[in-house]
Design a protein around this ligand. Sequence first.
Ligand code: FES
Length: 164
Amino acid sequence: MSVENPHKIDVSKLDEIIASYGAKKSNLIAILQKVQEVYRYLPEDAMIYIGTKIEGLSPATVFGVATFYAQFSLEPKGKYEIKVCDGTACHVRGSMPVLNAIRAKLNVPEGQLTSDNGLFSLETVSCLGACGLAPVVVINDKVYPQMTSDAITIVLDTLMKEEA
Ligand code: FES
């Protein structure tokens, strides 16, 4: 199953979000966080719209803010956001074979963020603060400790079956 067209912008939904926080410059970060929660990234059209709707802002300013903060993604993310820790402890205990197993399973080559069906996005992150559980993979908010290539393949198989 693929996700719905991730590029489709619902202007009334954006209006609703802006109204819920208040159309003020000082609320921009909160508004962008909410938009990202809804779309799983910040679509360009949404940033342009917000930049024209809030007094004192421009689309360029919104874009500048969005690119400044690492929490914001300007590319579509999958329904399942996979983070593979590649901090020192995880790296030493084998995070790279786990990452490679994920890439092979999802057919996501290096340099590509999201699987072709739009379901999975994959990134490496630095220490997640759970080094005792290394190597660690996080899928959405769920932590998978002491991962191996085989274990992560089984986890992904299960998720793929749920989506089939
Ligand atoms: S290095 Fe991976 S959790 Fe610390």
